[in-house]
Design a binder for this molecule. Structure first.
Ligand SMILES: Cc1ncc(COP(=O)(O)O)c(C=O)c1O
Length: 359
């Protein structure tokens, strides 16, 4: 149902970059950064080799080493991993059941003397409650890194996500709302010093060809991927609009289904780009099996919240510590969502869901 989005223009852009440009740090890289910064509405965008590296380098640039970063346990594990790799300490705060995003009330309670930053995730493309979170950050002197890996083009009060916190981080992994034909990421900011630091960190900490004043990484975006990304960026708004149209159709079709919760459409002045369309049901696993029998593939984002992942057992956290995130992990089901599914396909899925839950 969801076919990869790499058309002839993207293939041609990649071939021409390979033929005519430097393979590493060619002109397409800088063009892509300028265009992405303009799209998000920030002064600077710095490309990197993945969304995870975007988060890691953003946190290192902020200097969170030895200090806490408040984030959500209801996310892809890379969010928390980036704190660990930046030598910070993840401090989880439970989420708002309405949208699955970090709950500002819980953040207030979690913030203490050792907290350096907060890292809200705009989960499934639905923006977090940024104006409340920014108020808390200013009040408590915290820096804010937006994990916008799933939210290219989402907005809050008319502002693009990734332009609201101190730094925004995007992923171009192939399943995201736009990709670069491989792994890739971007850090966005209005702060020139932070942008310069991230740019230095991604390029071996270079100040000259063989002069380095920080211990950096090899985390550059390849020229070919940047060339593909430039074409994808031009398509992003129309793809997002298609996702929103399909989400509207799902929500209307699924209204009133017994025991099924559908996501809100543009709650609280936000604009979601529906990276995923996630419904909730206590009968989630049986519903998924029923849909699979009808050749409708679904996914679970995410079956285990980060604090219960084996990789985080060292934190000593247990079931019951973040009950809302845990409940969402038990009940969430992602229905097919991408710009190229048809309205007829959505109608067939709606019918199958109704057939099971209303039947
Ligand atoms: C919320 C979130 N954060 C971070 C990442 C990491 O991005 P990447 O896979 O490009 O490293 C992803 C996606 O994979 C994600 O969904």
């Amino acid at each position: 149902m969801c076919r990869p989005r790499l058309d002839e223009e993207m293939v041609e852009a990649a071939a021409s970059a390979l033929r005519d440009e430097r393979i590493v740090m060619g002109e397409s890289v800088f063009r892509f950064e300028e265009e992405f910064a303009r799209y998000i509405g920030v002064r600077r965008a710095v490309s990197v080799s993945s969304g995870t590296d975007a988060l890691i380098l953003a946190l290192i640039a902020l200097g969170v080493k030895g200090r806490e970063v408040i984030t959500t346990p209801f996310t892809f594990i890379a969010t928390a991993n980036s704190v660990v790799h930046a030598c910070g300490e993840p401090r989880f705060a439970d989420v708002d059941p309405m949208d699955g995003n970090i709950d500002p009330e819980v953040v207030i309670k979690a913030a203490g003397g050792r907290t350096a930053a907060m890292m809200p995730v705009h989960i499934f493309g639905q923006p977090a409650r940024m104006s409340e979170l920014m108020d808390i950050a200013r009040d408590k002197g915290l820096m804010v890194v937006e994990d916008a890996a799933q939210a290219h083009g989402s907005q809050v009060g008319g502002k693009m996500v990734g332009s609201i916190g101190d730094l925004g981080c995007f992923s171009f992994y192939p399943t995201k709302n736009m990709n670069v034909g491989g792994d890739g990421g971007m850090v966005t900011t209005d702060d020139d010093d932070l942008a310069d630091m991230v740019a230095k960190l991604r390029d071996c900490g270079r100040t000259g060809q063989y002069e380095h004043d920080v211990c950096g990484f090899t985390s550059r975006l390849n020229t070919v991927n940047a060339a593909i990304g430039r074409v994808q960026l031009r398509r992003l708004d129309s793809w997002n609009e298609a996702r929103r149209r399909l989400a509207r159709r799902y929500i209307a079709g699924l209204e009133g289904v017994d025991g099924l919760e559908t996501p809100a459409f543009d709650a609280r002045g936000t604009m979601s780009v529906f990276h995923q369309f996630v419904v909730r049901s206590d009968r989630r696993d049986a519903l998924a099996a029923h849909l699979a029998e009808r050749d409708i593939s679904t996914a679970i984002h995410y079956p285990l919240p980060v604090h219960l992942q084996p990789a985080y057992s060292w934190m000593g956290l247990a079931e019951g510590d973040f009950p809302i995130a845990e409940a969402l992990s038990r009940t969430s089901l992602s229905l097919p969502m991408c710009p190229n599914i048809t309205e007829n396909e959505v109608d067939r899925i709606v019918e199958a869901v109704r057939g099971f839950l209303d039947g």
